[in-house]
Design a protein around this ligand. Structure first.
Ligand SMILES: Nc1nc2c(ncn2[C@@H]2O[C@H](COP(=O)(O)OP(=O)(O)OP(=O)(O)O)[C@@H](O)[C@H]2O)c(=O)[nH]1
Ligand SMILES: [Mg+2]
Length: 337
C-alpha cells in the first residue's frame, strides 16, 4: 500500500495542474480538443497525457486573427480545403466588414521602413573588450544556427554580418553600428554541442555578463527556429533572463520553411511557454530572412523601440526617390540598347 501513496499524490497533482492550465489559458485555441470537451474529469486528463507532443501540436486550433496576421505579413494563404472551410467562412465575413470600412476611410498605406548603413565596429571574446557604453543597444541571442546573423543582415538590408549553414560560426559578441542611431549585437549561439565544455561555459559567462551588466541594452531578442520551437536550452535561457529582470522578446525565424497552419500552431505553443514570464514581451515576432516576410514590420517595431521611427511620409519620400532613380536608370538603359 505504501508504494501507491506517492503515485496517487502525483496523479492528483497532475490533475490540478492540468485544470489550472485549462482555466488559465486566455485563448480557447490553447486547449487541445481532448481537454476542451471535458476539462475537469480524471479520465480526460489521462487521455491528454497519453498524447504525443506531435498529436498535441496537431490539435491546436489557432484563432482566425492569427491566420489573418500571418497572411498580411506574407507567409502564404490558407488552403481552400474542406478542413479549413469554417475558417474561410469567418474570414469572408471579416473581409466584407473590412471592405466596407476601407470604402469609407480608405486603405492604410504601409511604407517600406529602412535602416541606415550597417557597419561592424567591435568584437569581444572577454568582458574586458566590450566597447564603452554609448548608443542604445539591441541584442540577438539564440541557439546555434537558428539564423541570428542572417536576421541582422535582413533587417539592415546588408551583407556585413557573416552567416553559415554550419552551426557555431559566430564565436564572439559582435557589435554593429546602425548609422549613428543605435547598435545591434550579434551573439554566439548557446547550447552549441560541438565545442568543449570549458569553451561553452566561457561563452555562457560572456553572454550573461553582457546581458546583465550592460546599461545601454534596451531589448534582447531571443531567436528561435520556427521548425523546432522552444527547446530545453531556450527554456533555461528564458528563465535566466526572467530572473535577472531583462526584458526580452521571442523572434521566430525561418518561417518560410513551415506551412501556414503549422506556423500558426507554433506561435500558439511559443506564446504558451512565455505567458508566465513577467519579463517576456507577449507578442511573438514572426519573420523569414529568406523571403523577407515580416521583416518590414519588425524593422518598424525596432525603430519605434529605439525612438527613431519617423512619420510615414519620411519613408514614403525615400521610397519615391528610389523608385524614380530606378525608373530613370531603366529608361537610359533601354535608350542605350
Ligand atoms: N530558409 C531560411 N533559412 C535561413 C533563414 N535564416 C537563416 N537561414 C539559414 O540558416 C543558416 C544559419 O544562419 P546564421 O544566420 O548563420 O545562424 P546563426 O544563428 O547566426 O548561427 P551561429 O552563428 O552559428 O550561432 C544559414 O544557412 C542561413 O542561410 C530563414 O529565414 N529562412
Ligand atoms: Mg551567427
Amino acid at each position: 500500500m505504501q508504494h501507491y501513496r506517492p503515485i496517487t499524490r502525483l496523479l492528483k497533482r497532475a490533475i490540478t495542474v492540468d485544470q489550472h492550465l485549462a482555466f488559465a489559458r486566455p485563448f480557447t485555441s490553447l486547449t487541445t480538443t481532448a481537454n476542451k470537451h471535458k476539462p475537469d474529469t480524471k479520465k480526460d486528463t489521462t487521455a491528454t497525457d497519453t498524447l504525443s507532443n506531435r498529436q498535441k501540436f496537431n490539435q491546436i486550433q489557432p484563432p482566425i486573427k492569427l491566420y489573418e496576421k500571418l497572411e498580411k505579413l506574407g507567409f502564404g494563404t490558407l488552403l481552400k480545403t474542406k478542413r479549413y472551410s469554417g475558417l474561410h467562412k469567418q474570414k469572408a465575413r471579416r473581409d466584407q466588414q473590412r471592405q466596407q470600412y476601407t470604402e469609407r476611410v480608405g486603405p492604410p498605406p504601409e511604407p517600406k521602413y529602412a535602416f541606415p548603413l550597417l557597419s561592424f565596429f567591435a568584437g569581444a571574446k572577454v568582458p574586458t573588450s566590450f566597447p564603452p557604453e554609448s548608443l542604445d543597444e539591441i541584442a540577438f541571442v539564440g541557439r546555434s544556427n537558428v539564423g541570428k546573423s542572417s536576421l541582422i543582415n535582413s533587417v539592415a538590408e546588408s551583407s556585413v554580418v557573416r552567416t553559415s549553414d554550419k552551426p557555431g560560426l559566430t564565436q564572439q559578441i559582435n557589435f554593429y553600428n546602425v548609422g549613428k542611431l543605435f547598435h545591434m549585437i550579434d551573439m554566439p549561439g548557446y547550447g552549441f554541442a560541438f565545442v568543449d565544455d570549458a569553451e561553452r561555459e566561457q561563452w555562457r559567462e560572456l553572454m550573461e555578463t553582457y546581458i546583465t551588466k550592460r546599461k545601454t541594452l534596451k531589448r534582447v531578442y531571443v531567436v528561435l527556429d520556427a521548425r523546432h520551437g522552444v527547446k530545453v536550452a531556450d527554456v533555461d535561457f528564458f528563465k535566466m533572463l526572467n530572473s535577472k529582470q531583462v526584458k526580452f522578446q521571442v523572434v521566430l525565424t525561418k518561417c518560410d520553411l513551415l506551412v501556414l497552419p503549422n506556423l500558426a500552431k507554433r506561435i500558439v505553443t511559443v506564446e504558451d511557454h512565455i505567458k508566465q514570464l513577467r519579463n517576456a514581451v507577449k507578442d511573438v515576432v514572426v519573420v523569414s530572412s529568406k523571403t523577407d516576410a515580416g521583416i518590414n514590420q519588425f524593422r518598424k517595431e525596432m525603430l519605434f523601440l529605439m525612438g527613431h521611427l519617423q512619420p510615414k511620409e519620411f519613408y514614403q519620400a525615400i521610397q519615391a526617390a528610389k523608385d524614380e532613380k530606378e525608373a530613370r536608370r531603366a529608361k537610359s538603359a533601354s535608350f542605350k540598347r
